[in-house]
Design a protein. Sequence first.
Length: 385
Amino acid sequence: MDTIEIRQAENGEEWNAALSLWSDVFQKDCAFFKDRIEWDPNTNWRHTWIAKVNGHLAAAVHLFQFFLNYDGVALKCGGIGNVAARPEYRGRHLVRNLLNQQSKWMIEHDFDLSMLYTGIPAFYEKEDWHVLRVKEHVLEVTHIPEESKGNALYLIRALQEQDRNDIAMLYDRFNQSLVGPTIRSAAYWNGQFKWLNNRAGGGFAAFCNQQLVAYLRWEAFDHESVGLQECCYLPGHEAALPALVHRVIEAWPRGKMMSVQMPESHALRQWFERWGAHRQDNTRTMWKVIRLPKLCRKLEPIFSKHLTGGERLLLSVGSETILFYREKGQVTAAMPSDSITFQTFIERDETDFIHDLLLGMDEKKQPYASLFQKNAFVCWKTDRF
């Protein structure tokens, strides 16, 4: 009978074995995984969970910790990455057990959400992660008009190490009222500049009167496909973005298709729409609520801005129920007692609730839509794991 261990890595030898496993399964150098983890100040090798079968490392999954911004509120999030099992050990539910243990650990350590990137959503749906369906705009490079290439107001050049502080300040200013962006410390910025060097891409900055007013970061996924991964700008300088896009085209002339995944209000998305980009669903990100009551309590300042009436609302999500009510000018989100008084009952499944939470609701569905108003949502792909 086989002996199976499911636990966190305990030493450097197990960590190196996990790196070798990921390298073999994903066909990338060990440095690709090692650098992403070691240069991220929010995580380390001890956040790798491993499965051993008779003493042999059979599977490994890493948990990336980060905080995301929710309109000024910081939510603690666990990113599931580097999910892999050696072929000879597949079909034995090792990864499922690893994910289960990580979920328990996130509950114990007061996480609010978990997210992951995947091309096989059916597998993770069994473990209670749910697809967030967002719109992506895809455009043939030849459809971008040549006349948008230049703008005499702006100096465009490649991003440099010396720009990092200015970029960080622009990032914070641009993202402060959005939902989804990673909250980045100075140490995180330092690490991100390093690990992005392992990817095929780069960035460009736009200056007006020697001031940084916009920047664009990009990545080539193959010889023909380019993703515009992150773009921030000051109000009034939306016209700098086409010039930044043209610099990406010049940097990767083989690219035939270009894609963006940004909020409706983002100027780059609006430029893409103007240029005739077609919309398609992106279903590669999945989310999971770790502790619904604590999450709702943390968001009470947001709910207090949105829900202005005195109606008591009972929300049911899966097996959990939350009562929302206004008291002394503030909205409270509480687990209901045995005796409940409410005017409106709303029932949502987990997938619908993830959509409501991150993207927001149609205004017609009141008063529930007042709690979860339409959001400008974005997760910059430069942070992916």
